[in-house]
Design a protein around this ligand. Structure first.
Ligand code: HEC
Length: 111
């Protein structure tokens, strides 16, 4: 858990200094909306390659939403994935996810 918090902190610092607003916004969405179920956080994002995230987040995140809406275990996320807010902000989330995908080469630095 401490390690994870550390990564989160590193991520935040990175986002702030990189002044990349979209990625920062995407990160906030991820922390608020995804982390409660996908507790591995950063490692979870790095499970997938950029291409996979791009595919999942195409057409305003349609596929990602469908995966969750088809899964009873993800019931608590249904309201969010059906919301207009999800579709509207999905491009920020997409940028964030791609930024930290397995093959992006962007591992938050520890300095
Ligand atoms: C209420 C819990 C919940 C929330 C919130 C949630 N997920 Fe999931 N997610 C799941 C479950 C359950 C699965 C299916 C996992 C399984 O079957 O092993 C899943 C699967 C996935 C997968 C795997 C798809 C695949 O094809 O392998 C990805 C990627 C994913 N979620 C990303 C996200 C992202 C990004 C968010 C935030 C926008 C999010 N999830 C929010 C519960 C959730």
């Amino acid at each position: 858990m401490t390690r994870f918090l550390f990564i989160l902190l590193a991520l935040t610092v990175f986002s702030l200094t990189s002044s990349n607003a979209a990625i920062y916004k995407g990160q906030r969405i991820f922390i608020k909306k995804c982390l409660k179920c996908h507790k591995e956080g950063q490692n979870f994002i790095a499970n997938y390659k950029m291409k996979k995230w791009k595919r999942l987040m195409k057409k305003k995140g349609k596929l990602l939403a469908e995966i969750h809406l088809d899964n009873e275990k993800a019931k608590k996320s249904w309201k969010y994935f059906k919301s207009k807010r999800y579709a509207k902000k999905s491009r920020h989330l997409k940028q964030f996810l791609i930024e930290y995908a397995k093959d992006s080469g962007n591992v938050p630095a520890c300095n």
